[in-house]
Write a protein that binds this ligand. Structure first.
Ligand code: ATP
Ligand code: MG
Length: 594
């Protein structure tokens, strides 16, 4: 593959202070911690249960009550209506115990699958943790899914029990329910004494359930969580995770998000996506923080208000949201007192350098990019509170994680690429605790993810001489043009540097001479209007910075770019439309706003 000669300009480095502020970071020195870290010792940071058992819900909830922190607020739930409900660790223990009783009384056996189809309301969190207590496998579905995605996921997961609302049940489940033999019970959280036919009123069941439940002593390798991938590159896959994953959730949140027990932490991801469960339920609670849960959808004004009013200290969000905040302007942030904000992180898509520099300007703090996947269960590569940031880089592997750039050999096995800044597939040494243990119903596909003891991520990346990793693109999205390998991320980041561009996506389109040429789709900032002159200006800007071989051949204006519901740009759809090909699976496509 081509070796980019790019070297990082040192003037762009974001230096971290060598002295610690009022809250010293959990990681004081990256290299020292990596050298001393091992997963066996990390396991001592959590409790475990007698007889070698381990249950995520014990670590997230009961442990804090037993250690005397029960009165600490675990969840601060902000309803769309403006109402606010605080739930302490003790409250959460009682509620999840009761819920686990309900499941057990309904005949849920360890290993059965419990699904939720709920917005970000307290019941979602109680369902997740109560199901784990009962030894069930929990699978959260994103509430905006229509009937088909709900049915296909519940079928793959052999759902036994579903927790939902009257409205979602009637619209999204009732029409096909009889087709799913495994589904025995549907529990309704807002039945008000009149559950739809064939369902049960959860409040009635809870009222008669005892307040204390003896947590199921699951083993570390017992399945705990089922998560479907975002469907960015194709049909979503169901990745299965085990209770042992909690060791990685806990430790990665300590180091990559720098969570301290007194933090007010806000993860904006919905639990329907893995980020919203690993770092929006499990990891914050095992670290004993107060977690903000906002039921409402993205809205810049509301978000800044929450950050200020709730005195959020650690904030974990996604590049799409950051780009939308950039679109809304830095003044909105600067009008607020956000002085409590200590650490900000981002995941899900490449974080353009422009966004990091902007956050430094708008908040006085940079966003810290980190990389992981549904399959990895937890953060694998990150920028840390103590480590200088090279904007555009995903950072370095977590302590306990070995990452490498590899090439798949033609036959079996892989070859490690040791040359700095050479493009190859990002691979992780298999065996960390939150590694997925299977794709449900797709054993062959699961096996194909591993070679020579490495997990192969399907993403292309590079590693520089200092050990920083750089995202290039998903293997499916990379463009091969006249002998060059072009990563969409680099081109999109350059387009974003143009003052008129709010969002960009590039794809390769077939070309007789070059094989493929780059086509860009750009969404403009609200104050700009599409014109031929602007198109030429954007093309000129791209050529100047990227050179004619890499710059887009054409630029098209788009009101909006197709994205998954978790905010990832779906380049495959742009390509399908461009080439007149079938769209493929669109179950996770966000409805276009214009
Ligand atoms: P599918 O596997 O169904 O196509 P998906 O890969 O988008 O969907 P997720 O597991 O939610 O589903 O997303 C993981 C992917 O998101 C990574 O493989 C990577 O391509 C992208 N990603 C996540 N974080 C980053 C990051 N910091 N920089 C670049 N890409 C990222
Ligand atoms: Mg994927």
């Amino acid at each position: 593959m081509t070796v980019p000669t790019k070297s990082f300009p040192s003037e762009e480095l974001i230096k971290k202070p060598s002295l610690f502020g009022a809250v010293p970071p959990n990681m004081r020195n990256y290299d020292n911690l990596c050298a001393s870290f091992c997963w066996e010792t990390a396991r001592n940071q959590i409790d475990g249960l007698s007889g070698g058992a381990l249950n995520i819900a014990h670590e997230a909830v009961d442990r804090h009550v037993l250690s005397g922190r029960g009165q600490h607020c675990a969840l601060r739930c902000l309803a769309k209506s403006g109402a606010c409900r605080d739930i302490s660790y003790t409250d959460l223990k009682r509620a999840t115990d009761r819920f686990a009783h309900v499941l057990a009384d309904l005949g849920a056996k360890p290993g059965d699958t419990v699904f939720s189809l709920l917005g970000r309301v307290p019941e979602l969190y109680i369902t997740a943790l109560g199901a784990l207590k009962a030894g069930a496998v929990f699978c959260p579905l994103f509430s905006a899914f229509g009937p088909e995605p709900v049915q296909s996921r519940m079928t793959i997961g052999k759902a036994k029990i579903l927790i939902t609302t009257t409205n979602y049940y009637q619209r999204k489940v009732a029409p096909w329910r009889t087709k799913l033999q495994s589904l025995q019970h549907v529990l309704i959280i807002d039945a008000h004494g009149a559950p739809p036919e064939g369902t049960l009123d959860l409040d009635v069941l809870l009222a008669s359930a005892p307040a204390v439940f003896e947590i199921v002593h699951t083993q570390p390798e017992d399945p705990a969580l089922l998560h479907f991938t975002s469907g960015t590159t194709g049909k979503p896959k169901g990745a299965l995770h085990v209770h042992e994953a909690v060791v990685a959730h806990h430790m990665t949140a300590r180091y990559a998000l720098d969570l301290h027990p007194d933090d007010i932490y806000w993860c904006t991801a919905d639990p329907g996506w893995v980020t919203g469960t690993s770092y929006g339920i499990v990891a914050p609670l095992t670290n004993g923080v107060t977690m903000i849960v906002d039921e409402a959808e993205f809205d810049p004004g509301r978000w800044y208000e929450i950050l200020e009013r709730e005195r959020v200290t650690v904030w974990y969000t996604a590049p799409t949201a950051i780009r939308m905040l950039m679109k809304a302007g830095p003044e909105l942030a600067q009008q607020r007192d956000l002085s409590r904000l200590r650490f900000m992180a981002s995941v899900g898509e490449p974080l353009n350098p422009e966004a990091i520099l902007w956050s430094k300007h708008a908040f006085g703090e940079p966003f810290h990019d980190n990389w992981w996947q549904t399959e990895t269960g937890g953060i694998m590569i990150a920028n840390y509170a103590v480590m200088d940031i090279k904007p555009g880089s995903m950072g370095k592997p977590l302590p306990g994680i070995t990452a490498a750039i590899v090439e798949r050999a033609n036959g079996e096995g892989v070859k490690i690429v040791n040359t700095p800044m050479m493009v190859g597939e990002l691979a992780l040494r298999a065996g960390w605790p939150s590694m997925f243990r299977g794709y449900l119903g797709e054993e062959t596909r699961y096996k194909a993810c591993f070679a020579d003891g490495w997990y192969l991520s399907g993403d292309l990346a590079m590693c520089d001489a200092d050990g920083y990793f750089w995202f290039v693109g998903r293997a499916d999205d990379v463009i091969k043009s006249a002998g060059h390998l072009i990563g969409p991320f680099e081109v999109e980041s350059t387009l974003l540097k143009h003052s008129a561009v709010a969002e960009a996506a590039v794809i390769g389109i077939p070309d007789e001479r070059a094989g493929e040429v780059v086509k860009a789709f750009v969404a403009l900032k609200p104050e700009y209007e599409a014109s031929e002159e602007l198109r030429r200006d954007i093309l000129g800007h791209a050529r100047k910075h990227l050179g004619p071989a890499v710059a887009p051949r054409t630029v098209a204006f788009a009101d909006d770019l197709p994205k998954t519901r978790s905010g990832k740009i779906m380049r495959r759809l742009l390509k399908a439309h461009e080439l007149g090909l079938p769209e493929g699976d669109t179950s996770t496509l966000e409805k276009m706003t214009s």
